[in-house]
Design a protein around this ligand. Structure first.
Ligand code: GUN
Length: 285
């Protein structure tokens, strides 16, 4: 395999050690641990796994975490009132409402109810707008993690052509903004994009964030490109794969992330970083 393997698991582990040090220093300086509240509504099996990993990562980093569980049948008002009380809790620096929510609860109202300075997901319009205009803000964890991976391998971004396949609010759109801010020329593709291959073949940095196995084939990749796979798909066989045909694309790319063990572990590391950033900002205000 000629491509360099971008090992998100070990990079995230190193970051988490540094963050654990920062968390200890925060505790020593303020007399309290940084705190993250995770709200899980219902029991979506994938969300259960994600939330468990987030809470365990906090514990390891000596960040106080609380998991707030609500029934899938809970009212929007009950959830909003829970968020309100966490907004007013000075021990809680970060609030994360695990998505997706049950269908009867409007996601937009819930995200907008979180205090922007505790919005460690970076989904609140105040943080999204700040990212859009290049102001300091809490950044969505997955795209933030991708940027840290690119930085770590010193991928040249200024003047590079980055192509982001997928335009979600959680990954594609914020990542495009971060790449633009870093000096890349950015193309965002969505499900309506015509001649996708023509666009992806121009990418020096190619990001796949759609959720479709084997969407990106070797023919769609420029030789020497850096390929970041944000997709997580469970095949009928039970195997976990990304959006990129890993084996073949690895023969063409200069560097590539595996799934699992690529971007995924970085998301949690960035959540810890956002929580500490929020805690430090709160302690200084
Ligand atoms: N569901 C899938 N990804 C995410 C994420 O990054 N944050 C939240 N809150 N929910 C998610």
């Amino acid at each position: 395999m000629p491509a360099q393997l971008l090992d998100g698991k070990s990079l995230a582990e190193r970051l988490r050690q540094t963050l654990a040090e920062r968390a200890k220093q925060f505790n020593a300086r303020t007399g309290r641990p940084a705190g993250l509240a995770v709200i899980l509504v219902g029991n979506n099996p994938a969300s259960e796994v994600y939330v468990r990993h987030k809470v365990a990562a906090c514990e390891k980093a000596t960040i106080a975490s609380q998991l707030v569980r609500l029934e899938a049948s809970c009212t929007t008002e009950a959830l909003l009132s829970q968020i309100e009380s966490l907004n007013n809790d000075s021990q809680v620096d970060g609030i994360l409402v695990q998505l997706p929510l049950p269908e009867h609860i409007p996601e937009k109202r819930v995200i907008e109810a979180i205090a922007p300075n505790k919005d460690v997901d970076g989904f609140h319009p105040a943080n999204a707008g700040a990212l859009f205009t290049g102001q300091p803000c809490l950044k969505p964890c997955t795209p933030f993690g991708v940027m840290v991976m690119l930085e770590q391998i010193k991928a040249p971004l200024r003047g590079a052509h980055a192509v982001v396949v997928g335009a979600s609010n959680i990954v594609g759109k914020p990542l495009a903004m971060m790449l633009l801010q870093a000096g890349a020329t950015v193309t965002i593709c969505n499900s309506k994009t015509l001649n996708l291959e023509e666009k992806t073949r121009r990418a020096d940095i190619l990001i796949a964030a759609v959720g479709r196995p084997s969407l990106i084939t070797a023919e769609m990749v420029k030789p020497g490109a850096v390929v970041i796979d944000v997709g997580i798909n469970r095949l009928d066989s039970g195997k976990l794969v990304g959006d990129v045909d890993f084996e073949r694309v690895a023969q063409v790319a200069q560097a590539i992330t595996p799934v699992p063990g690529g971007v995924g572990p970085m998301t949690i590391a960035m959540l810890l970083q956002n929580t500490l950033d929020a805690a430090e900002a709160a302690s200084l205000s």
